[in-house]
Design a protein around this ligand. Structure first.
Ligand SMILES: Nc1ncnc2c1ncn2[C@@H]1O[C@H](COP(=O)(O)OP(=O)(O)OP(=O)(O)O)[C@@H](O)[C@H]1O
Ligand SMILES: [Mg+2]
Length: 373
């Protein structure tokens, strides 16, 4: 998949922007706070329909304006598609080829991106919510069935919590209703677990190799922690989970919340057998996240038959020269890549010669060098 053109109107610090991308490498250069990240964020919003920075849609509208528009032409399965997101005070509209898409689940796996941002380090440093969100976003990009599954599960979880809160207040509640919820809950939970486990297994097939290529040291892996017990037989998994829900019932009722299920799952990075969040250096954390993101390229490509678009924000800072060069070697593959940097001198001249280079200043492209595809 290729993004050929991006148009912005009133987006962050851009009044308007129109940019044509090369199908291989694109480099965005600029000083701090000029709008480099904003371009990558806009492409991400177009894929995922919200920012990865956890800000509300309103913050994306250029201050003092009523709406914001992100538009792109993508080349997918050898045909061109127009994607469009309009954000205003009342919400957002999403269009494919000028036709409005009402259901998010019909949209999100349509245009796939992998974004590396310095902000991603939070994924190792912070609590489990951010890691579950990562799994949900990536899997939503891969499968609209997953989007629906998570929506259904969240609805059921809310229902269960409300019901056990009521039970806590009145002693005569209908246990058979809870049983109906728990049966369905166990099925959906095991399905979510299945998607996530497969994804993490696929990451683990590659992440160590990729980490070694960049960092010169291998043995990185991700461990998925779940209170759902794995079994080859899905029915056994569902039954086990159902039993666990029953066992947890008194505690759940006391707290008015559900302690068992994929909404409590987590994963950790282990480097050389040690949990990286406790022992890793700043550079190691960045490289671990980078290795995770790069390992997703193959997974995304396998799912859809087309490579995703790789967005690498500020990748070279905090990496020493050797690692920078190794990373550059890695980037040189067939995946369309857009990278940002404050300093063009950080990038190998051979790479620069074959890339589109845009210099950004105060929300405008001030110079650009375009190479033919
Ligand atoms: N809604 C908004 N309206 C207007 N300006 C905004 C809005 N949101 C962010 N900005 C401006 O965008 C600029 C930041 O852009 P961006 O994060 O893309 O910078 P950058 O080039 O990536 O910088 P750095 O090298 O520091 O990462 C800041 O000047 C900020 O004030
Ligand atoms: Mg930035």
């Amino acid at each position: 998949m290729i993004i050929k053109n991006l148009e912005l109107n009133n987006y962050r610090n851009y009044d308007e922007l129109n940019i044509n991308f090369n199908k291989k490498l694109n480099i965005i250069i600029g000083d701090n706070a000029q709008g480099k990240t904003n371009i990558l964020e806009a492409i991400y919003v177009l894929a995922v329909t919200k920012s990865y920075l956890g800000v509300s849609d309103k913050n994306l509208i250029k201050i003092g304006n009523k709406f914001s528009l992100i538009k792109a032409v993508i080349d997918k399965e050898d045909s061109l598609k127009n994607l469009e997101i309009i954000i205003n005070d009342n919400g957002k509209k999403i269009k494919i080829n000028n036709k409005e898409i009402k259901k998010l689940s019909d949209y999100v796996s349509n245009f796939r991106v992998i974004l590396f941002s310095p902000d991603n380090i939070r994924m190792i440093k912070e609590g489990p919510g951010i890691r579950r969100r990562f799994l949900n976003v990536e899997l939503s990009q891969l499968s609209n069935k997953y989007v629906k599954l998570v929506n259904d599960f969240n609805g059921l979880l809310k229902q269960r919590n409300e019901f056990i809160r009521i039970m806590n207040l009145s002693s005569n509640s209908d246990l058979s209703y809870l049983d109906v919820i728990d049966n369905k809950f166990a099925q959906l939970a095991v399905d979510i677990y299945g998607y996530r486990k497969k994804f993490i297994d696929q990451v683990n097939e590659q992440i160590s190799k990729i980490y070694e290529k960049i960092a010169g040291f291998s043995d990185l892996m991700i461990k998925y922690h779940s209170n759902i017990d794995y079994d080859e037989d899905k029915k056994v998994m569902i039954n086990n989970l159902y039993d666990k829900l029953k066992k947890s019932f008194d505690k759940d009722k006391n707290y008015g919340m559900t302690f068992i299920g994929p909404h409590r799952d987590d994963f950790y990075f282990y480097l050389g057998g040690k949990n990286i969040s406790l022992y890793g250096s700043q550079g190691q954390l960045r490289m671990a996240i980078l290795a995770l993101k790069l390992s997703e390229i193959d997974i995304f490509t396998k799912y859809s038959g087309e490579s995703p678009i790789l967005l690498l924000d500020d990748i070279f800072s905090e990496l020493d020269v050797t690692k920078k060069n190794k990373l550059i070697d890695y980037i040189l593959n067939d995946v369309q890549t857009i990278i940002t940097t404050t300093d063009i001198n950080l990038i190998d001249t051979k790479l620069v010669e074959n890339a589109n280079v845009y210099v950004i200043n105060d929300g405008k492209i001030i110079t650009q060098e375009i190479v033919s595809d």
